[in-house]
Design a protein around this ligand. Structure first.
Ligand code: SAM
Length: 318
């Protein structure tokens, strides 16, 4: 098995979600099970842990974990939005549901999967290798305007147009089929002076991130999953999400803020007439960031942001 993944903001996730003995937890993004293992220890032999991941490599890690922990375990190899839909159909009531978004270190470090600009490999980037759409398809078939928009929106790359133009020019001669060729096109698009401005960062980082998000329809899955995750929680259940991209964090923040809203009357109403009650208590005001110590030990934690909320129930409303 490829090198494992160090869970990000793990202590903070446990402190906020407080998994307790006998509870049911849903890990929507199992990966190597770093968070799941901590949760399993907390819920103990009478607890139940449902794990979801669309990557078959995660399932191998799950089998290892299932042998080692005392709680009841179950794995769903599918998109977490589909997994949560299934759990809702089964009328599961969870006490804790969490997502740790993005890619795992195993995925990035598995050279042949094409997630990394650091290794030359086929342009792939699929978390679920049975899916049809891959990075090669996007890079070679999207038109210049679509590519530029992708690099700007999901990669926030200031050189999006230049890079898209260069990719289209190069692929006219021959399709771009490897990560090395994509890196060469990105570098070729940037004059030396612009490239120097990247300092320690790699000039291909933003484009690779953008293509990966598109290949795996990451934002669509998150949009679908958030209400389903909330639905599967029982009253007093705790929800948490760790994001690594501002577009993810913004979605989580807005979703939770909407649930935590009380009155929804127009602001010019002198008194409340809606009687609307909040469904959530925010457990994090600002998003929780990793400590400098965690980032020093695990630089991949740097952009992690954790938000959490508790589902309010009858008791809270008195
Ligand atoms: C950051 S890693 C999770 C690491 C994990 N928390 C740990 O401690 O090992 C994200 C995982 O989520 C999975 N994933 C991402 N998007 C997914 C989706 N829409 N459906 C199912 N799994 C997804 C990836 O395959 C990856 O294994």
């Amino acid at each position: 098995m490829t090198r494992t993944h160090v869970p990000v903001l793990a202590g903070e996730l446990i402190d906020l979600t407080q998994p307790a003995p006998g509870e049911t937890a849903v890990d929507c993004t199992f990966g190597a099970g770093g968070h799941a293992r901590l949760v399993a220890e907390r819920i103990g032999p009478t607890g139940t842990l449902v794990c979801i991941d669309r990557d078959p490599a995660a399932e191998e890690h799950f089998e290892e974990l299932a042998r080692e922990v005392a709680c009841e375990t179950r794995f769903l190899r599918m998109d977490y939005a589909d997994g949560l839909e299934l759990l809702n159909e089964e009328e599961l009531q969870a006490d804790v549901v969490y997502l740790d978004l993005g890619v795992s270190s195993m995925q990035v470090d598995a050279r042949e999967r094409g997630f990394s600009y650091s290794y030359d490999a086929p342009l792939d980037m699929r978390m679920d290798p049975s899916q049809e759409l891959d990075a090669r398809e996007i890079v070679n078939s999207w038109d210049e305007r679509q590519l530029a928009q992708l690099f700007r929106r999901y990669g926030e790359d200031p050189n999006a147009r230049r890079i898209a133009r260069e990719i289209v020019k190069r692929r006219e001669a021959a399709p771009i089929t490897t990560t090395g060729e994509l890196v060469a096109a990105i570098e070729g698009a940037l004059p030396a002076a612009v490239r120097r401005r990247f300092g320690g960062g790699h000039p291909a980082k933003r484009v690779f991130q953008a293509v990966r998000i598109a290949v795996n329809t990451e934002l669509d899955s998150l949009d679908r999953a958030l209400p389903l995750a909330w639905e599967v929680l029982r009253d007093n259940g705790r929800f948490a999400a760790i994001s690594f991209h501002s577009l993810e964090d913004r979605r989580v923040k807005r979703f939770l803020a909407e649930l935590a809203r009380g009155c929804i009357c127009p602001p010019d109403f002198p008194v409340c007439v809606c009687g609307h009650e909040p469904e959530a208590e925010l457990l994090t005001g600002r998003a929780v960031a990793p400590t400098p110590g965690e980032v020093a030990d695990n630089p991949r934690a740097k952009s992690g942001r954790l938000r959490a909320a508790r589902k309010l129930g009858g008791e809270d409303r008195g």
